[in-house]
Design a binder for this molecule. Structure first.
Ligand SMILES: Cc1cc2nc3c(=O)[nH]c(=O)nc-3n(C[C@H](O)[C@H](O)[C@H](O)COP(=O)(O)OP(=O)(O)OC[C@H]3O[C@@H](n4cnc5c(N)ncnc54)[C@H](O)[C@@H]3O)c2cc1C
Length: 610
């Protein structure tokens, strides 16, 4: 350990020690004393818990702000930050959940805080082709805290590829081609690896640090050896010249610590007086007068407030909540709103439509190696002192591959492979789906993902109660095309698994044959796997498109190419919901790009010279 451990712990007047503690999310068999001590060190650490660098949330909002941004996730944090660069403007950033707990900043705690109070815990319903083993209902976690889902995600940095944006332009979205969006990726980025990745595609000096985690388990490199051996290929950078192959991904993290979009873009400007952050503040409605957004209604700590927006309201509540809020405010499909007894402000049929998600299925393997917990005293100590070692990474989740199915070419690849295992996390109270357990052997999961889904679902309201979850029907895997892409990805996985490299490590498939599929199809045949993916679907978490951007002649378009809601003044949307089609890869950097663009559009439209 070469880091300086002599620095004293900072003393601050209002240190932040809140949120779920490790003892709340880890099961007791990890050792309560060990967890409590580790938690205390994480909370106090100026680089991890950052107890003295938090923004103090407001107790009460002011009557009005120039801009109100709803949702402090991947899109909203950027919009609020960039707007507050203008000293004459004041901005309210409203978040339904609480601040970020220290333990969630540890990369290896990926997904540990889901399933509890920091998760909206959505479930889809009525699926005919997905999650059949759970009665056609898929679990869709979404972050409910400062940072939104970026407090829980895998941090993998990807942008999709140029063809994704060409498709957006072909759909009528002028100004969203690859050459148009690339400058906004670069604007956000502070890449620590220029040289290994090319300066042609990457930049330094932005607010989002992009790095490789300081630690990779040996098995990560074995995957790349296997990819080389089998001809599936490797690449240094999936966002560079070679957009297919396997790689150890770059991540949005800083020196081995998670970097949520809120932390990167808002928290660091805690000295700014013109940005107010409201937490535990659930926006229940956008107030609209004469088809103009004039503010919001919100419940903060149990009390109702109406706050005025002098210039604009920007929704960044994510793919589920942005359309829900629109409908609660009277903007959406007329008949549906009427059936919910909501006064119709504007009949906008596309609100809630075009919902889609990447779709995936994971297979487990064991290795000829006894299971050894990556989280132990030594690795915890290394992390607390130096932010290095197994806790400074997500284990195998940092490895990924992008491939093309036989529907497409290497210029427009449509399959992604994810991995899981070797994650230095405690035994969680709630299962982390990807970390299967197969006796006393080390186990890993390889997942095949369709990253260009063609099936589309819908979000509708269950009632006009803003605190009710909406009805989510993903309709995932509804097309033969979508199912085939996942199966083709599985074939690539089996090719990888059958390599000499993997055989030497004793990789063995661990699969419990699914009786409902085996009844109809020969186990392990193509048709069997097609059945299996619908049965035990591993829902991806890249939900997109439910308030899509499109030209005025597209009946399902909700926002225009400047992200303004059609037919309602002073209202924009800036999150994953506006993407007309999901990008072919991990989407968070693209949502960040949408946030950057929204802020620029707003500044331009209000006459700010840039
Ligand atoms: C387990 C997991 C792993 C993932 N891994 C990756 C990865 O490695 N790389 C990647 O690129 N992407 C990954 N993603 C996806 C990525 O996190 C999301 O695509 C992205 O965060 C979506 O951004 P958003 O701004 O649309 O929504 P969010 O980031 O979810 O932000 C929405 C915010 O709005 C708040 N909000 C909602 N409704 C209201 C309301 N009514 N009032 C006030 N606030 C409200 C929410 O609480 C939330 O904070 C992952 C997701 C999950 C769940």
């Amino acid at each position: 350990m070469s880091c300086d451990v002599s620095k004293p712990i900072p003393i601050c007047l209002a240190p932040y020690a809140g949120g779920p503690q490790l003892t709340d999310v880890c099961s007791a068999n990890n050792g309560i004393l060990f967890l409590s001590i580790l938690n205390t060190f994480l909370v106090a650490n100026p680089k991890i818990g950052k107890p003295c660098e938090r923004i103090r949330p407001i107790r009460e909002p002011e009557d009005s702000y120039d801009f109100i941004v709803v949702g402090a996730g991947a899109g909203g944090s950027i919009v609020a930050s960039r707007l507050s660069e203008i000293k004459d403007w004041n901005v309210l950033l409203v978040e339904a959940g609480p601040d970020e707990p220290a333990g969630s900043e540890v990369p290896s705690n990926l997904q540990l805080y889901l399933g509890g109070e920091l998760d909206w815990q959505y479930r889809t319903t009525n699926e005919s082709y997905a999650c059949l083993s759970t009665n056609g209902s898929c679990y869709w976690p979404r972050g409910k805290n400062l940072g939104g889902t970026t407090l829980h995600h895998g941090m993998a940095y990807h942008r999709g590829h140029a063809k994704d944006y060409e498709r957006w332009v072909e759909m009528g979205n002028k100004g969203w081609g690859w050459e148009d969006v690339l400058p906004y990726y670069l604007k956000s980025e502070d890449n620590t690896e220029i040289g290994r990745v090319s300066a042609k595609y990457h930049a330094t000096g932005g607010l989002n640090t992009v790095e490789r985690f300081p630690y990779q388990p040996e098995f990560a490199w074995e995957i790349l050896n296997a990819a080389n051996e089998t001809g599936l290929g490797v690449t240094e950078d999936l966002a560079g010249d070679k957009i297919t192959g396997f790689t150890v991904a770059q991540t949005i993290s800083k020196d081995g610590v998670r970097l949520t979009t809120y932390r990167a873009f808002v928290e660091r400007f805690r000295e700014r007086k013109n940005i107010h952050v409201a937490i535990n503040a659930h926006v229940t409605k956008v107030n609209i007068e004469n088809r103009k957004a004039i503010g919001i209604e919100m419940l903060m700590n149990g009390k109702k407030y109406n706050v005025y927006a002098k210039r604009e309201v920007i929704l960044a509540a994510g793919t589920i909540n942005s359309p829900q809020l629109m409908m609660l405010s009277g903007i959406g499909p007329k008949e549906h709103l009427e059936s919910m007894n909501i006064p119709v402000v504007l009949d906008l049929p596309g609100v809630g439509e075009n919902l889609h998600n990447h779709q995936s299925y994971g297979v487990d393997f064991t290795l000829d190696e006894d299971y050894h917990p990556e989280l132990n005293r030594e690795s915890a100590n290394e992390y607390v002192k130096c932010q290095k070692g197994p806790l400074s990474s997500t284990g195998l989740a940092q490895v990924t591959g992008i491939l093309a199915s036989n529907f497409t070419t290497n210029e427009d690849p449509d399959i992604q492979i994810f991995f899981a295992g070797y994650q230095a996390v405690c035994n969680p109270k709630l299962d982390i789906g990807d970390l299967g357990n197969h006796g006393n052997k080390t186990s890993v999961r390889f997942t095949s993902v369709n990253i260009q889904p063609t099936s589309r679902g819908r979000i509708t309201l269950k009632s006009n109660d803003p605190l009710d979850h909406p009805i989510i029907w993903s309709n995932d895997l509804a097309t033969a095309h979508d199912r085939s892409v996942v199966v083709q990805g599985l074939k690539a996985i089996f090719k990888l698994a059958n390599s000499e490299t993997m055989k030497k490590l004793g990789l063995k498939l661990k699969h419990n044959v699914i009786p409902q599929c085996a009844e109809k199809h020969e186990p392990y045949s193509e048709l069997y796997w097609e059945c299996a993916i619908s049965w035990n679907t591993r829902p991806e978490n890249h939900q997109t498109g439910s308030t899509k951007m499109g030209p005025p002649n597209d009946p399902l378009a909700v926002v225009d190419a400047r992200l303004r809601v059609y037919g309602v003044q002073s209202l924009r949307i800036a999150d994953a919901a506006v993407m007309p089609t999901v990008v072919s890869g991990n989407p968070v950097a693209s949502v960040n790009m949408v946030g950057e663009r929204a802020a620029d559009f707003i500044k331009q439209d209000w006459g700010v010279k840039q």
